[in-house]
Each structure stands twice: as C-alpha cells, then as structure tokens.
Write a protein that binds this ligand. Structure first.
Ligand code: ZN
Length: 139
C-alpha cells in the first residue's frame, strides 16, 4: 500500500449557495498518478463548505438539494447567536459533512451510474480549498 502526498485543489465559487461537480477533477488526479486500485479521500477544510455524493445526471437535483436545505435551515432565525451572520451555513455543513471516500478500481472511481462528487458551498462566493488523499493498494 502506498500513500501519495496530500493534494490541495482550489475551487472558486460564484454564489452564496452552490454545488460544484468535482467528479472529473478527482478522476483526473487518479489518472495523473496512475492509480489502478485504491481509494480517494476528499476532505473540505472549511466550516461553511462541505462535500457529498449524489445524482449528477439531472442538474435539477442540485437545485432541489440547495432549495430544500435553504427551507430547512433559513438564513435568519431569531435565536441565532453567532455574530458572523452565517449560522445557516454552519448548520448546513453539519448536515452534509466534510469528507467523502471513494474506492478506485481499474483506474476509475467506483461510483454508481448516476452518482457524482459534489463540493457544496454554503457561504460564498469564495476561494476555497479541498484536500485529496490518494492511496494506492497495489504498490
Ligand atoms: Zn461563521
């Protein structure tokens, strides 16, 4: 088993709430490092941005996910105490999560037919980072 050095990827978001499909970016890293069998751990080191895996075939799913999170977690609530005014963003990250792990087989990310990896911005637009750790099981 061989662990590759930590990779830092930059992501620039354009809206306050936005889902960015990063599947091709992660697959590209797997190909550059020629990993045939292993795993990719994707970690988002922010308190108002997240990562998840969901349907990337129908773009309406991204819209619906963001809209539902907005209705579940409104931007303004009378009881919010956090002074930055982005309590909703923190709560959304707590719901969605900061990491995703994807297996790699025959040089490809193992994802379902309709699945993609989503970077989730909840307090943009901002310049963001995500960490990717690739592990090669065969070397
Ligand atoms: Zn905050």
């Amino acid at each position: 088993m061989h662990s590759h050095p930590l990779i830092t990827e930059q992501i620039t978001t354009k809206k306050r709430s936005e889902i960015v499909d990063i599947t091709k970016t992660i697959q590209g890293l797997v190909e550059i490092r020629q990993i045939r069998e292993g795993m990719a751990v994707i970690y988002v080191p922010h308190t108002t941005a997240a990562v998840t895996i969901n349907e990337n075939y129908d773009p309406d799913v991204k819209h619906d996910l963001l809209k539902k999170l907005e209705t579940l977690v409104p931007k303004h609530e009378s009881y919010y105490q956090h002074g930055e005014g982005n309590s909703d963003s923190h709560v959304k990250v707590a719901m969605v999560g900061n990491s995703a792990t994807v297996l790699i087989e025959q040089g490809k990310l193992v994802l379902g037919q309709w699945q993609g990896i989503y970077f989730c911005e909840f307090d943009g637009p901002r310049d963001r980072e995500m960490y990717v750790k690739l592990v090669d099981f065969t070397s």
